[in-house]
Design a protein around this ligand. Sequence first.
Ligand code: SF4
Length: 233
Amino acid sequence: MSITRKNSGAPAPRGAIAQRGTDSYAIVPRLPSGVITADQLEALARAIREYGIPIAKLTSGQRIALVGIKAADVPDVWASLGMGEGRAVKHGVHYVQACPGTAACGYGQQDSLGLAARLEKLFDGLDLPGKVKVGISGCPMCCGESYVRDIGLVGRKNGWTVVFGGNAGGRPRVGDELAGGLGADEALALVGRVLAHYRDNAKKCQRTARFVEARGIASVRAALGLAEPAGAD
Ligand code: SF4
């Protein structure tokens, strides 16, 4: 992906984000669900030392941003890391954050890391009207912030609940539950259907929270052939 934001009049190197007011760039290597190997940690540490990268920042999307890289060093840093690129500015699925779930948490009721890996593979590269952030939690305590992400998945004893239209930004919105008690395959299929509906009907740059506010969640449910939850107006 070539990011065309300019810095000092020069196009940003491939896979880099211009840092406003400086002659340096940031890169965001891809770390699905924030899971990282010893080899990747060593590669990151080597690159930070070798290229004098002043800031390595854990992001809210469970990635590590390397900030303050000289333009000429960007291709070499990417080559030395041997890691893919995490989306940072382009529309589409930006990141999938996931709590440890049954893999590493005693409260886990579903395998959040496993579902996150499948979801990321399925929807990586999908062109969408705006940024889509996904939060996956292995139990209703929701450490994966599922209700304030564009797409949320919450693990319960009876399966997955799919949530749509959440946002934790300046105009926060709690997402709406679309369906619950789903197996992993069913949950991923529903995520695919709601993303397709969003892609085909939202305005350019309209986040899912604003899309649901404009259309109404009842219209989204109707378009997907989903029942209204009991007690809904
Ligand atoms: S959401 Fe539940 S399973 Fe996930 S880390 Fe929190 S307590 Fe553990």
